[in-house]
Design a binder for this molecule. Structure first.
Ligand SMILES: [Zn+2]
Length: 321
């Protein structure tokens, strides 16, 4: 294990495992009062349109009970470590450059053992650089990277894109670089020596989210506050020809969580979410907009498939009404 790893304590790990068992029987209940209190500030006015393309990634089958607390059907769901390419009229960028070549050695080996067991990459996992090449992108075609948050599986693909500039929420940047050790691990090498542009969520409320940042100033790419999973987690709200799409990072690991308002299972979710209470509130905010905006959790390959179909017009059901 690398020296820069902040390990969950033994107590935290035991608590998470006990919580997993409790959650199967008694999942945390939605806060009906909080849901009713949410106000919707509406969608940003957009004068440009972007396209978004999920990159290919090999999914793995996981027990639903390890992802969505208390959900028993289906018994298994798919999970993947995905990335997305967004094309704006003036720039092309990658959201969540997830996987580097030889990820097991370069990133996963830095994780605490208790997390390594749940994230062991599949043999056929696709490095981000390879997925880009498959879709015809050279490194030089990508102008910058924009992670939804700075966990290892959302930034380590940067290791193979060493000169790519990075846009990062200042709160998140401070979180992963302050102190002697990085949260969880496998992160700081991806940021070392890189041109990083910090931004703040300095804009008005958007939909049910309290703060925002309009990246191009034209309403086509608006970053919204999804704090909880990490302190600086953001969602990337995109104005596409098929309607509005929200790349939601790890605010939810699967669409079922958004539909049912079910938090991540205690193990491993309790170790991955920095603030479980805030994460749960953010889940309510996502639930409240799910019929207006296509919400795409980064690790949900079914959501990525729906996004792909909507983008090419196969599935028009997500067009904003
Ligand atoms: Zn994460």
């Amino acid at each position: 294990m690398s020296a820069d790893v902040r390990s969950p304590s033994f107590t935290a790990c035991c608590g998470a495992l006990i919580g997993l068992g409790v959650g199967v029987i008694h999942p945390r209940r939605a806060d009906v009062g909080f849901l009713a209190s949410l106000t919707d500030a509406g969608l940003p006015k957009a004068t440009s349109t972007v396209s978004v393309s999920p990159l290919r990634q090999a999914p793995r089958s996981v027990p639903t009970a390890l992802i969505v607390e208390g959900r028993r059907h289906p018994r298994r769901i798919e999970n993947s470590l995905a990335s997305f390419v967004v094309t704006h009229p003036t720039a092309t960028f990658i959201v969540d450059p997830a996987i580097c070549v030889n990820v097991g050695v370069r990133a996963v080996a830095q994780l605490p053992a208790v997390l390594r067991a749940t994230v062991r990459p599949a043999a056929d996992i696709v490095p981000t650089i390879s997925a880009l090449e498959e879709q015809g992108y050279a490194s030089a075609d990508i102008d910058f990277a924009l992670p939804t948050h700075a966990h290892w599986d959302h930034v380590c693909g940067l290791l193979d894109l060493p000169v790519l500039p990075l846009y990062l929420h200042r709160t998140e940047h401070d979180w992963v670089t302050t102190g002697s050790v990085a949260p969880v691990g496998g992160v700081r090498n991806s940021l070392d020596g890189r041109t990083t542009i910090d931004y703040d969520l300095d804009g008005p409320p958007v939909l049910t989210f309290t703060r925002s940042h309009d990246l191009f100033g034209d309403g086509s790419v608006v970053l919204v506050d999804l704090a909880g999973h990490t302190p600086g987690s953001v969602g990337v709200l995109l104005h596409t020809s098929a309607g509005h799409v929200l790349l939601a990072g790890d605010a939810a690991w699967h669409t079922y969580q958004v539909e049912d308002i079910r938090q991540k299972s205690s193990y491993p979710g309790g170790l991955a979410d920095e603030d479980r209470a805030e994460s749960f509130r953010t889940l309510h905010r996502l639930h409240a907009i799910k019929d207006r905006v296509m919400v795409v959790p980064t690790h949900d390959p079914d959501a990525a498939k729906r996004l792909r179909e909507a983008q090419i017009g196969v599935n028009p059901s997500f067009r904003v009404r």
